[in-house]
Each structure stands twice: as C-alpha cells, then as structure tokens.
Design a protein around this ligand. Structure first.
Ligand SMILES: *Cc1c(COP(=O)(O)O)cnc(C)c1O
Length: 355
C-alpha cells in the first residue's frame, strides 16, 4: 500500500537544548495515520501535519476506553546514524494488545514502513545530546460515533513523535518503591499483558497515594493472593538474589517488556543464572534478612534500567544493598544503552538503522 505524504506548510523551530527537554511535552511537525473500516480494512496510510484530531464526542474511545498504545525510541549514534531498538517487537506486541481489546490487527510491515517514512521526514528532531532520544508513540483508538457497548467498527491508528531529554539528568539515582497492598493493577485473564490505555487510568490512584508517602513508584502484587510480585507502574522488575537474576514469570497479568527480555538475555550472556518464576514478596524480605538481596532494578524503555534503593511493604521497609546503584544494574544499563546508541557491537541484531 502506498503511503501518501502531505508536508506541513510551516515547521516548528527546533528545541534549543535537547538536554533540557522533559518527557512528552513537545511534538514534531508530522504524524503517521491510517484508518480502519470493515469495507476497506486498514487503509489510507498517510504522513500528514501534526494537528488536533477531529473526534465526535460520541466516539467510542471516549466512553469505553477501547485504545492501545506502544512506546519506543529513536537514538542518534555518535557517527550520525539514527537507530531503532527492536521495533518489530513493539508492533508485534501492539497486535497482541489489539486482539485482546477487539481492535482489528494491522499489517506490521505497513506500520513499520509508515514509521520509517515518518522518521526520515522528521530526522532533524532526533536529538544528539547524550542520553536524549526521539520518543515514538504508536496508538490506536476506536472512532465509531456510537454509545452502545460493543467493539467499534472504525479505528484510527496514529504515530506521533516527541524529542525527550536524558532520563537521568541528575545521574543514576536509586528510587524508593512502595509495594502496593490495597489496589491491584491486573489479574490473570485480564488485560495486564497489553498496553491498553485503561490499564494506566486504573493505576493512577495507587501512584498518587505512594507519592504522598514519599515513594516514586508502586510495585504491584498479584491480584488474587496479594503476595507475588508483578511489576512497577511502567517497568518490569528484576532482583539479584544470591548471585542469580530473578524476575516474575510472564503470566498474563504482567506486560512482556522488550527491555525485560533484553536484560535477561544480557544477564545470561554475562554469566548470571536467570530465573523467571513466582517471586513471593516475603521471599524478598527474607533474602534481605539473610543478606542475599543484592540488587533490585526496574526495566523499561523510558529509564532502561532503574535501580531501586528502598522497598516498603506494609509497615516494613528495607534498604537494598547500601541504597546505591548496584554493579549489575549499572553494567546492564551500560551494555543496553551502548547497543541502543550504536557505541557497542550488537551481536543480537536488535538495532535497526533508519535510512
Ligand atoms: C511499557 C511497559 C513496560 C516496559 O516495556 P518495554 O517494552 O521494556 O518498554 C513494563 N510494564 C508496563 C506496565 C508497561 O506499560
């Protein structure tokens, strides 16, 4: 299918200092869109000027939340190349989200071609300062103007781009995490494994309560036993216990992170035994008692690796290691970002050049 290109008549001035950019406020000049209807399937792929959408107030997405998204980044290498990290995995995951939310699956090749075309046009927006990147947000929303509860028959797919500053502007700082024991994010059979917009709406309240108590994020426990660790708000979680890298197994209620998968692969190749299994929160506190809870860190596209310095569960609170960033978290961060920014060889074939 041919992708039409409609260029903007005027373009925005570029940011002055990318290292001062914050996350998700600034958007580039163009976006990719395509539409779905039952007659034509996914059709009308076009690169067009970034602009507000026109949407009926009765559009189904506004009432019943039939919406999914993805998140990935374009990185600028020192030699000027622009790189994506495992982008095909994002579109594959998006189709798995689509299926669960009764959204028609799209042609991954077409979405990838649209993204590449968009990035070629918006090349100047990929920042060069260390740690900066161009954040990519593919999204699908239900657009039928109808109030009946059913799956929409029409959809809009769009990709927007946002240049972002370094996540660790003030250095690699361990975060304080609140283990949530009242609210739950997902249950087995639900939508936890998808990037459904609704998953984030339902997680906001717990996040706010944790913030009031001085914690930066929530660690979710399983929805049934309130006992097995699942993940952090927008990151998966890894533990180093007695020399092994341990992470909750994917069970349907956890988002299968691409960073998680990459970190597990790198850990194994660095010689650490890797275990994907049930992780009881009691086990973590017991391991801390015994002195074998060596490191805790989150993994996700935004932060890559985010060290955890403190865990609080009910009335109990523990400091992980000496409360500083652990050596394995640091090594994983350096290897992964090294591959993403094209500074290290990529034996895994994860990097995809934009050209
Ligand atoms: C996006 C996301 C992650 C991380 O996934 P990556 O593919 O590594 O970016 C983890 N948990 C949740 C809930 C997420 O939405």
């Amino acid at each position: 299918m041919k992708i039409e290109i409609r260029k903007a008549e005027t373009i925005k001035p570029l940011f002055e200092d990318a290292s001062k950019l914050t996350f998700g406020h600034l958007f580039t000049d163009h976006m990719f869109t395509m539409r779905y209807n039952p007659e034509k399937g996914w059709h009308a792929p076009v690169i067009e000027p970034y602009r507000p959408l026109e949407l009926d107030p009765s559009a189904m997405v506004l009432h019943y939340g039939q919406a999914i998204f993805e998140g990935l980044k374009a990185y600028r290498a020192e030699d000027g190349r622009a790189l994506l990290f495992r982008p095909a995995d994002n579109f594959a995951r998006m189709n798995r989200s689509a299926k669960r939310m009764c959204i028609p699956e799209f042609d991954k090749e077409l979405a990838m071609a649209g993204l590449m075309e968009l990035l070629r046009l918006e090349e100047r927006w990929i920042p060069t300062a260390p740690g900066t990147s161009l954040y990519i947000r593919p999204t699908i929303i239900a657009t039928d103007p109808y109030l009946g509860v059913k799956a929409s028959s029409t959809y809009l797919f769009f990709i927007i781009l946002s240049p972002v500053g370094p996540y660790y502007a003030e250095g690699f700082k361990p975060v304080r995490i609140y283990v949530e024991d009242e609210y739950v994010r997902a249950v087995r059979g639900g939508t936890g494994f998808t990037k459904a917009a609704a998953n984030y709406a339902i997680s906001l309240l717990a996040g706010e309560v944790a913030k009031e108590k001085g914690y930066s994020q929530v660690l979710w426990l399983d929805g049934v036993h309130r006992r097995y660790v699942e993940e952090v708000g927008s990151m998966n979680i890894c533990f180093k216990i007695g020399g092994k890298i341990v992470t909750p197994a994917l069970n349907g209620s956890i988002l299968p992170g691409i960073t998680r998968d990459s970190v597990l692969r790198l850990s194994a190749d660095m010689g650490y035994p890797v275990e994907e299994r049930l992780v009881d929160v009691e086990e973590l506190f017991a391991a801390h008692e015994k002195g074998t809870l060596e490191e805790v860190f989150g993994t996700g596209t935004a932060a890559v690796v985010s060290p955890v310095g403190e865990l609080r569960w009910k009335e109990r609170s523990i400091t992980v290691g000496d409360g500083q960033t652990g050596p394995v978290a640091l090594a994983l961060y350096e290897r992964l970002t090294g591959i993403q920014y094209g500074q290290l060889p990529d034996p895994y074939g994860w990097s995809v050049e934009i050209r």
